[in-house]
Design a protein around this ligand. Structure first.
Ligand SMILES: C[S@@+](CC[C@H](N)C(=O)[O-])C[C@H]1O[C@@H](n2cnc3c(N)ncnc32)[C@H](O)[C@@H]1O
Length: 339
């Protein structure tokens, strides 16, 4: 499916230059076994129609596209369902979900972001022009404790947009940025000198965005395993994750994320790729410096499911006396078959 909502080819070309670079475009390994459907949402102000609620949070450094959130909430949940975002950042998932009549649970580690999330929830609650709103429950806590915080098997849908690993990874650009900062006469130099391009959620070691490599993956594995427990059986989770430029190559974080999800027992449902319309200052600088590195033009969205557990199927099929014998038999016949 391709969504070209009201944007002309000419405008897309102007905004992204995507046509010129598509030959050297990065594709995730994921696409080798799961074809990805392309999504495109129109470029607008941060948070689109939800901006009046989320305005204080517009300073969050890694906001999810609110068009994408609306698409996922409508497609993968129903009115009255519970939507969970364990790493909620600005709180946009909660606002969109509640405005669409779902109840939302949101967890965020950084107190400043948690304050923005509460303000957004209050603003939405006070808007009487929207009927049948859901409830938003915000928690300032660690996503590695998700099921202990919100309970087991409570969510119908989880929407993840995990932090980038090693947020301060643009160290190989620091010398270029240093030059810019020294030439304070240019707009960019001024902003760089004021630290406006520093990308960081917080300095805390508990913030998974500050971790690198294996350590990052290990902690994200814990978040997915905990969130799995909070999801209802047959519930769905979506994970929006971008490939990253690292050491003159591209880190296939979407594929690595799929492996973590698989380890946590999730099964694959589908994959989307969202076209990135506007490149950040950092990305443009990186691409200029390393034209040989494949271009990142998409964010991947993985849709995965928590399957129904065999024990439950047995429970509805047979009497309790036969259940133990049947389970024993299933275990002996499926040994090694079930991942
Ligand atoms: C990519 S952002 C989320 C963006 C959000 N969906 C939005 O649209 O604004 C990832 C968030 O995860 C948070 N985070 C990092 N480590 C965390 C942890 N251990 N527990 C909870 N949140 C964490 C970061 O502070 C950051 O706000």
């Amino acid at each position: 499916m391709k969504r070209n909502l009201g944007m002309s080819k000419k405008r897309r070309k102007l905004e992204t230059g995507w046509r010129d670079t598509s030959k050297n475009e990065f594709l995730s390994q994921l696409e080798a076994f799961q074809p990805a459907q392309e999504l495109l949402f129109p470029l607008g102000r941060a948070f689109g129609r939800y901006r009046k609620y989320l305005e204080p949070a517009s300073r969050h450094p890694a906001k999810m596209d609110s068009g994408l959130i609306g698409f996922l909430v409508k497609k993968y949940s129903r009115t009255g369902d519970v939507v969970l975002d364990p790493m909620a950042g600005s709180g946009s998932v909660g606002v969109v979900a509640a405005a669409l009549g779902r109840d939302a649970f949101q967890i965020e580690l950084v107190r400043k972001f948690y304050g923005w999330m509460n303000e957004a929830a209050d603003r939405l609650a006070a808007d009487y022009t929207i009927g049948n709103k859901g409830r938003i429950t915000n928690l300032c806590a660690d996503a590695r404790n998700t099921s202990k915080l919100v309970g087991q098997e409570i969510a119908d849908l989880i929407i993840f947009s995990p932090p980038y690993c090693d947020q301060n990874h643009y160290s190989d650009l620091s010398s270029r940025l240093g030059q810019l900062a020294r030439s304070k006469t240019t707009g960019v130099g001024k902003q760089a000198a004021q630290g406006k391009f520093r990308f960081s959620y917080s300095r805390s070691k508990r913030n998974i965005g500050n971790l690198k490599g294996e350590k990052y993956l290990e902690e994200m594995r814990k978040v997915y395993a905990e969130s799995y427990k909070a999801l209802k059986q047959e519930g769905l989770a979506t994970v929006a994750v971008r490939p990253l430029y690292r050491k003159k190559t591209v880190l296939d974080l979407p594929d690595l994320t799929w492996r973590l999800l698989k380890d946590a027992n999730f099964e694959m449902v589908s994959v989307y790729k969202l076209m990135l319309i506007r490149q950040s200052f950092w990305t443009r600088l990186y691409e200029k410096k390393h034209p040989e590195v494949p271009k990142i033009r998409h964010e991947y969205v993985l849709v995965v499911r928590r399957p129904r557990e065999i024990e439950d199927i047995v429970h509805v099929c047979v009497s309790s006396r036969e259940r133990a014998r049947l389970l024993e038999w299933i275990a002996s016949t499926t040994k090694g078959d079930i991942e």
